[in-house]
Design a protein around this ligand. Sequence first.
Ligand code: PEP
Ligand code: MG
Length: 754
Amino acid sequence: MLETLHNIVQAVNTAPDLQQALHLIVTRVKQAIQCNVCSIYLTDDDNRANVLMASDGLRAESIGKVRLPIGRGLVGLVTERAESVNLADASLHPRYVRISDTGETHYRGFLGAPIIQNRRVLGVIVVRQQETREFNETEVTFIFTLAAQLAGAITYARASGELEKLIQGNHSINHFLNGRSGNTGVAIGQGVVTYRSSNLDAVPDHQTSDIDAECDRFRLAVEQVSIELRHLQENLDPRLPVEDRALFDALILMLNSDTLLNHTLERIQQGQWAPAALRQTIQTHARIFEDMEDAYLRERATDIRDLGRRILTQLQNEPSIRMDYPEHTILVGDEISAIQLAEVPQEKLVGVVSAQGSSSSHAAILARAIGVPAIMGVTNMPVGRMQNRALIIDGYRGRLYVEPLPSVREEYARLLNQERALSAEVEAMRGLSAETADGVHIPLYLNTGLINETGGPNQAEAEGIGLYRTELPFMIRDRFPSETEQMMNYKRVLEAFEPRPVILRTLDIGGDKSLSYFPVNEQNPFLGWRGIRISLQHPEIFLTQIRAMLQADLGHGNLQIMLPMITHVNEVDELLELIQRAHDELLEEKLPVTMPPIGVMIEVPSAVYQMAALARRVDFISIGTNDLTQYLLAVDRNNPRVADLYDDLHPAVLHALKQIVDHAKAMNKPVSVCGELAGNPLATVLMLGLGVDSLSMSAGSLLRVKWVLRSFSQVRARQLLAIALQKENAEQVRQFLERVLDNMGLGGLLRPGK
Ligand code: PEP
Ligand code: MG
């Protein structure tokens, strides 16, 4: 049963559309359970009915037509209860209703299971038997498990608007996909899909204008893979068994087979570009093998997929493929990296949508840096089908509209205009001092480094850099950057901001930031080898970076160094020793470097409780609320499944902040916040009430935060903080703060429109 289940789910995930997926399920399930009927109903919430969408056993004409009101019948009972119903003789049940136009004869055995996602019933899968039959436990768990896995595929199809079209050809319903806000704002544009080169399944559809050139490109790629495989085969150790070596012959045969070559070429002839034509061929053929009962043959599916990936890589090596970015590009991806974002011309990028991640993922942080709306964690988005789609991002509510109706488009165009008006008001803050109504000056610094965002008006606006993430130069190379390369990079930043302070953070790789040439494969990367844990075990990497920083500062004197992910006090001791060593070595080399101020990030709960010991050792404290929230709440900051639980306004985070700031004050050490909370206008009054000395944020947030800052006095902020600290959950805190801002006429910063 497990194998059958696995095969069905695999096939459904790669089915070209919803109707085929559903058809496949009902036929396979009927076969597996050996029953008379298997049907799937999907729930039409607006009309409170279950619509028959696929059946093996009932009349074909009834598909799409039969609608069972939710309040009636056994299928409705499954929906209402959101639980399976298993009846040996359904006709005895008071809710039993016989529907004549499905061609039902008298069925007795009934087993129905709900298809649920995010607590919502999407539909019901039903198996039936003419005779009395109590479905046994294996059968019940089989249907139950299948139903649980189908929800994703169904929501996918719903997203593309297919479901509604299938139900009633009704286009008057608006589809939006839910995610989490990555950055507020509204964007109207066209989808451009970005994908990692190795991910064949994520390749988007795309029409080609030059079919012949595309066919040639494909043939050449196949030829190159053929050569590559021959090389691999020749280089194989001769001691290897013949069978292993023969595997390559089989692969080369498969590569040049009629199915792979001609089927792909046929698809290109129909206008599809080579990568997507390849994707379709590979998926179809892999599925045939995956469906086989024989384990050896099933394994061949992996070979086919591997061949597909190799051809894709060759296709991508072709310099001739250039992405065309429309005027209003909304970048869509399964995961979006800094590099992928940087590829889009900035003037064309209006928004970002990512299937993975949450509001504190680096893709969201980047979107805030660039100042475009973003939605994260749109888990059910059919990424491959988003190319060229008309899209609307509602970054306030985390909604993505796909092919929106004219009425929705008009509404959002209106909101966009209001946003522009608001931006003009925000712009009025430019050049004004970042001080409260009672004259307390809170310097606003910039978070930067993830993308090359130097220059621009916000550079002049910020009073320095509060967090320079140094990972990018490491991520875009295929080796560690040299001391000189790093030095040049840091020097450029120090120079651009001189005499304003620039806080360079030492390398914080691991977690969600990996280096291709230094792979760290772990089950729990955020709890693993990350940040200074790597630095301490690879002092040569750390020392090179520190040497580069100290030399970059020569002639400037505005450098400060910050250490991330501190968990133990002795880590700080060891790192300080290493910094001292780098400094002394440079002096010995006759370079007149000076020791910069050094600070630690407080972003792990253990550090909160060792504030006194840490503060004693360093010159300043900076609070990384992104990781602090992740570790305090035990919620992976990138995992969309638990994104609802990730909330930096959680009372536990606020109380931790209070404790950190109070300790820093007691130790007379300046304390700043550089996590995303610092740039959230909703939280500005809290920061002010806490008494933090400075705030560091993405460029796009500077003026908004300044606006809030200038609207409150510190005395008032302290009172508001005291009330917020009494709230028992994040939602209460949020509602309270929204009211506070609304009362000051600042609600436009939080939601679209006025
Ligand atoms: C943080 O964790 O709050 C932080 C600022 O660092 P990063 O987001 O780079 O992990
Ligand atoms: Mg961090």
